[in-house]
Design a protein around this ligand. Sequence first.
Ligand SMILES: *Cc1c(COP(=O)(O)O)cnc(C)c1O
Length: 452
Amino acid sequence: MGAVARRAGRFGVDGVGAVGWANQPFCGRVEDMSAGILSRPLFESDAAVAAALRAEIDRQQSTLELIASENHTSLAVRQASGSVFAHKYAEGYPGKRYYGGCVNMDTVESLAIERALKLFPGAAHANVQPHSGAQANTAVYLVVLQPGDTVLSLDLAHGGHLTHGMKLNFSGATYKIVHYGVDRQTERCDMAAIRRLAQECKPKLIICGASAYPRTIDFAAFGEIARECGARLMADIAHIAGMVAVGLHPSPLPHADFVTTTTHKTLRGPRGGLILCGEADAKLVDRWVFPGTQGGPHMHTIAAKAVAFGEALRPEFRSYQQQTLDNAQALAAALQQRGYRLVSGGTDNHLMLVDLRSNHPNVTGKDAEGWLEQAGIIVNKNMIPFDERKPVHTSGLRIGTPALTSRGMKALEMTRVAELIHEVIGSGGDAGTIERVRARVRELCARFVIPD
Ligand SMILES: *Cc1c(COP(=O)(O)O)cnc(C)c1O
């Protein structure tokens, strides 16, 4: 059993209030404190939240996180995002605030902007205030579109994102959405088909970028298509931003008019969003973020973005992204060897879509997700292109390597992970098998403690 699991055993939820901080065996242990695992003030002030936090730390340490959009941040990022920067109202932008006392806010926001522009050369302007990826996209829509205008974007069921025009989302409720999908044969974006569709529907905005697309996105071709039909182009690189930043995925700049991203996926920063654009759109982008759609910026998050962008500018970050890609290759190959078909035949990035119908036709994505979770392997069910099953069941799983790579795992461990996944799915959810795999998952996790 790993150190973390042992600690969990000593520190049950019920025991928190009854025993008290001072009697906890981990009290004062440098590694507990330095990891921000559980600080004395939190424990003393709120045992219930402290217990939930402890349980979550133990869950993260003792399970394999394969959700493609998740990652583990550095302690530096978490320190900034848990800091007194959160106390400050700083409506406005550096040098132009609506509140006094913003001198240090200006410093961190300027640092975040400067570093974002260094990470993504070719952009003239960066807005680091969007609270999340969804808010970044919303601001761009309001810059470009009027209600009822036509937007061309990737179908959610083929890997798109809900903010790209799903019926129940603000985007789908406000604009006329036309979707392109992937080609039935290649399961990749067919640029000729997208060009025809764009010329037909004459969109005002084309969106490229995805949440579940394992292949390289041809931003240059999207740029050409947008110019041909007089549309603006938004590249939403929420998933692949880390790889773009280090040059391991082609950059959407200068092809896209707007680039939006989250900062918490492969970019490994705090939860948040970022917009990049050219000089001509800068004013409107800023205005539609604040006061257009948001109030006071989350300065603690902006400080953490500055820290994360600083980390991303270091050589180690390039190695990390390369290892994430190498791990995705290793995991994909190991799954394919065990008979799993991958959508589009493999992956170019950090994620893959497993088509369960290939070797387990009776197992749904929902079944597999549930069994794997019991075994400590965390994935999400996902539609595969042209899926005959409903979104609540699905025929696929989305699997990504960013988080396991952050805890130091390499190709050898990916082979092991594929074996464990196969054992669970192959057993049809057999309780004994799940229990055996759970123990092996704990062993593997204990050898790769999530770093500060
Ligand atoms: C994750 C994601 C978003 C949304 O980010 P949130 O921070 O969850 O709002 C937007 N677009 C794409 C393509 C994403 O994958």
